[in-house]
Design a protein around this ligand. Structure first.
Ligand SMILES: Cc1cc2nc3c(=O)[nH]c(=O)nc-3n(C[C@H](O)[C@H](O)[C@H](O)COP(=O)(O)OP(=O)(O)OC[C@H]3O[C@@H](n4cnc5c(N)ncnc54)[C@H](O)[C@@H]3O)c2cc1C
Ligand code: FES
Length: 289
């Protein structure tokens, strides 16, 4: 399905900012599909986190790391609205979603079984920016379910010849999600695994050694307070950093205005952006501290 007029209007409005590259959404999906997909596999990895695999050829073919999909379990009326999920992995015609059950929408999706039909709108949003800065090593910093987009990102960066290191944080060792990721270092608030403290404190500790790995770029996803602390750190050390932000979302395509967030305007002041269209990934320099 082609992007609706409203998206085209927004994209043409974005054209006004052509000389302000980091304000623009990076590779925002111009085309998305609304597909009836089938759950082909479910795999519970912790008491409340599952990987759900969907046969979704059209979305798998065009997805980029950082994109998300908006999902509704078919025939369910509760919840009425779709729920947004990062694309965890792409395997041929399949996409994997890592879902943490925290409320009605995520629990309904977590509890699906093989053969369940779901409506999947995507790929949506922009992607992590892997090209605009020169870097040799990507440091993937994630917290809690924020680790969800990191596998697809790590795989893609590795194919592009980059070294990747994962710094993964959680409240306790039970919150650390590192399935299939390589080169992982851990931080927990209670010290039950790895470094005792936040994942940003871990980055601070590791930075002198990481600086030996060539120019760095940080890619991050996690709770907004973590991202705020990380943005401050990266701005202080002048490290390029992309953040995948979270907000409550409705439509996922720029219609409901449910996902508006305030960010810095590079030319001064503050402006409102729709996270589903111009995000979820933003340059850390734009985050309001
Ligand atoms: C771009 C994007 C990508 C996401 N990717 C994933 C993913 O890969 N895996 C995953 O498990 N979850 C992901 N989420 C979060 C997920 O969409 C929410 O957890 C889900 O919408 C909650 O729905 P619910 O019906 O289960 O709970 P609700 O009853 O809707 O919410 C339960 C509680 O969580 C809060 N909440 C709901 N949505 C969000 C949100 N987006 N951010 C912060 N707090 C929220 C509510 O205010 C409420 O307090 C993503 C969110 C966004 C915006
Ligand atoms: S979720 Fe509806 S405008 Fe962004």
């Amino acid at each position: 399905m082609n992007a609706p007029d409203n998206q085209k209007r927004m994209r043409s409005e974005q054209g006004n900012y052509r000389n302000e590259p980091k304000l623009l959404a990076h590779e925002c999906s111009a085309h998305y599909a609304d597909i009836k997909a089938t759950v082909v596999q479910t795999h519970r990895i912790t008491s409340n986190v599952s990987i759900i695999t969907l046969e979704c050829q059209a979305i798998a073919a065009t997805a980029k790391p950082g994109n998300f999909v908006n999902i509704k379990v078919k025939d369910s009326t509760l919840p009425l609205l779709r729920r947004p999920f990062s694309i965890h992995n792409v395997r041929g015609t399949l996409i994997d979603i890592m879902v943490k059950s925290i409320g009605p929408g995520t629990t309904l999706f977590s509890d699906t079984t093989e053969g369940t039909a779901v409506m999947v709108l995507g790929p949506l949003g922009n992607s992590f920016d892997r090209t605009s800065e020169e870097f040799q090593t990507a440091v993937l910093v994630s917290g809690g379910i924020g680790t969800a987009p990191m596998l697809f990102l790590e795989k893609t960066l590795a194919e592009e010849g980059k070294k990747t290191i994962n710094l993964i944080g959680g409240r306790t060792k039970d919150d650390l999600l590192s399935q299939n990721l390589s080169n992982c270092r851990f931080a927990t608030d209670d010290g039950s695994s790895g470094f005792k403290g936040t994942v940003v404190a871990l980055l601070r500790t590791e930075l002198p050694a990481l600086n030996n790995e060539g120019p760095l770029k940080i890619f991050a996803c996690g709770p907004n307070p973590m991202l705020k602390a990380l943005a401050q750190f990266c701005n202080e050390y002048q490290l390029p950093c992309d953040l995948s932000l979270e907000s409550v979302m409705g439509c996922g395509i720029g219609i409901c205005y449910g996902c508006s967030v305030e960010v810095k305007n590079p030319s001064g002041g503050v402006r409102t952006m729709l996270l589903c269209r111009e995000g979820p990934v933003i340059d850390a320099k734009l985050l309001i501290e």
